[in-house]
Write a protein that binds this ligand. Structure first.
Ligand code: HEC
Length: 170
C-alpha cells in the first residue's frame, strides 16, 4: 500500500511538471523568447522576388546590369524563335493579354485596378526590345515579374513574338 501511495505521488508530480511544460510548449501562455531566426533577409509568401544584388551576374548571363540601360536583343526573330515565342505567350501571357495581345484574356475581367495592356498599340510597340524584355523580367506596374517563369532566352522569344502582334492587331 505504501508503494502504491508513493507511485501515485511520483506520477502526480511528474504529471504536474509535464502539464506546466505543455502550457508553454503549446503556447497556452506565450512567452516572447529572444530568438534571432527572424532577424535575417527572408521574404514572405508571394512577395516579389528579391532584386539581383548589385554587380552580380546571373548564371544565365548578363541579363540586365544595373545602370547599363535596357539590354539589346541577342535573339534573331527567326522562325524558331517566333514559334517558341508564340507557344510561350500562350502559356504565360495569354490569360491576361488575350490571344491577339489586345488585353482581353479570360482573367482580364477580374483585374479591377488595372487592365492588362493592349500590346498591339504604338505605345507598347514603339518601345525597344530591351524595354519589353525588362517589363517581362521585372514586371510593370501591376503586372507581375515573370523572371522566375521564363528563362532569359524564352523572354527574348516572347518579345520577338510580341512584335508580330502589331500587324495582327491592326
Ligand atoms: C497576371 C496578368 C498578366 C500576365 C500573366 C502578363 N501580363 Fe503583361 N500586363 C498586365 C497588366 C495588368 C499590365 C498593365 C500594368 C500597369 O499598367 O500597371 C501589363 C502590362 C504589360 C506591358 C507593358 C505595356 C506598356 O505600357 O509598356 C507589356 C509589354 C506586357 N504586359 C507584356 C506581357 C508579356 C510579354 C507577358 C507574358 C510573358 C505578360 N505581359 C504577362 C498583366 C499581365
Amino acid at each position: 500500500m505504501r508503494l502504491f501511495k508513493q507511485l501515485v505521488g511520483v506520477f502526480a508530480v511528474a504529471g504536474l511538471l509535464i502539464g506546466v511544460l505543455a502550457i508553454f510548449a503549446f503556447d497556452v501562455i506565450k512567452i516572447d523568447w529572444v530568438v534571432f531566426m527572424e532577424i535575417q533577409p527572408s521574404f514572405g509568401t508571394q512577395e516579389d522576388p528579391l532584386p539581383v544584388p548589385a554587380r552580380s551576374i546571373p548564371v544565365e548571363g548578363p541579363v540586365y546590369i544595373p545602370g547599363a540601360g535596357a539590354p539589346a536583343n541577342p535573339v534573331l526573330a527567326d522562325e524558331v524563335s517566333l514559334a517558341r515565342g508564340a507557344q510561350l505567350f500562350t502559356i504565360h501571357c495569354q490569360m491576361c493579354h488575350g490571344v491577339n495581345g489586345q488585353g482581353t484574356g479570360p482573367i482580364a475581367a477580374f483585374l479591377i485596378q488595372k487592365k492588362p495592356a493592349d500590346l498591339t498599340v504604338d505605345l507598347v510597340q514603339n518601345k525597344d526590345d530591351g524595354t519589353l524584355f525588362l517589363t517581362v523580367s521585372n514586371g510593370f506596374g501591376l503586372m507581375p515579374a515573370l523572371n522566375e517563369n521564363l528563362t532569359v532566352r524564352e523572354r527574348w522569344d516572347v518579345v520577338n513574338f510580341v512584335r508580330t502582334l502589331k500587324a495582327a492587331g491592326q
